[in-house]
Design a protein around this ligand. Structure first.
Ligand SMILES: [Mg+2]
Ligand SMILES: [Zn+2]
Length: 249
């Protein structure tokens, strides 16, 4: 079994552009915790390795807006006692949305890039994706660095582009990865998805994100999982095809 290797340099990851220079019709951006992964693995990670009480106090402060996600990550990583065996067994229990692989396969056939955007840590995201045969998906997340066998710290490669509230601002990634003529579709469920909502052309919202979008007046389509996402993409594809035909007349 592989464990996250210690990383020391704050260097953003770059992934090759899958579209061969031509603007794809759709670009799909997905939140990880509670969206691609059925559980909030980040919450479970800290509950397991830092303790429920430390996590509860920090997450309440974060949800109440008293601390930023950077402060939350720093506090929780400092409280974490990393244990490879416990990490391993936690990861082994995690599942991706059962329809996510089919949605990714559909996007690949259509030539639509798929990106995972997360304000969580790369260590658990990469492991869960790899175990589900999706280890080659581009992931933009914060990094977990191991200072010694039991001590970890967050490393924030995209902090310089943050709005100030996010450690890894999803809005920044959508702005830099979107292409003229492409529809930026975002799927998410939580607080760290708010900056993405402001940038995306189409928001597919799960869970608590729906209420926030409603309150803030951002249009969205409700989804419960990737079966719905796939349905939305197909209907969007049809809509784009018809519009293209009409404008060609
Ligand atoms: Mg989430
Ligand atoms: Zn942000």
């Amino acid at each position: 079994m592989t464990h996250p290797s210690p990383k020391t340099k704050s260097r953003p990851t770059e992934h090759p552009d899958p579209s061969n220079g031509e603007a794809p019709r759709i670009i799909l951006f997905c939140d990880f915790d509670g969206t691609v992964a059925t559980n909030d693995v980040g919450d479970l990670f800290f509950q397991t390795l830092a303790g429920t009480q430390a996590w509860q106090e920090a997450v309440e402060a974060y949800r109440a807006g008293l601390i930023t996600s950077r402060q939350y990550l720093e506090r929780m990583c400092a409280a974490t006692r990393f244990d490879p065996d416990r990490f391993e067994s936690l990861i082994a229990e995690q599942r991706v949305d059962p329809d996510f692989p089919a949605c990714v396969a559909y996007c690949r056939r259509q030539g639509y890039p798929v990106y995972i955007l997360s304000d969580g840590l790369d260590s658990y995201i990469q492991q869960v994706l790899e175990r589900n045969g999706l280890g080659d998906l581009p992931v933009y997340a914060n990094r977990m660095i191991q200072l010694d066998t039991t001590t970890i710290a967050p490393e924030l490669p995209y902090w310089g582009h943050s709005c100030g509230d996010c450690a890894n601002c999803k809005g920044y990634h959508i702005r830099r990865l979107r292409r003229p003529g492409s529809l930026a579709v975002f799927v998410g469920d939580g607080i760290s998805d708010r900056c993405a909502v402001k940038e995306a052309d189409l928001v597919l919202a799960k869970g608590a994100l729906r209420q926030w979008c409603r309150e803030q007046g951002y249009p969205f389509r409700p989804v419960d999982g990737f079966a719905d996402v796939l349905r939305e993409l197909r209907s969007m594809e049809e809509h784009l095809r018809v519009s293209a035909e009409l404008s060609a007349r």
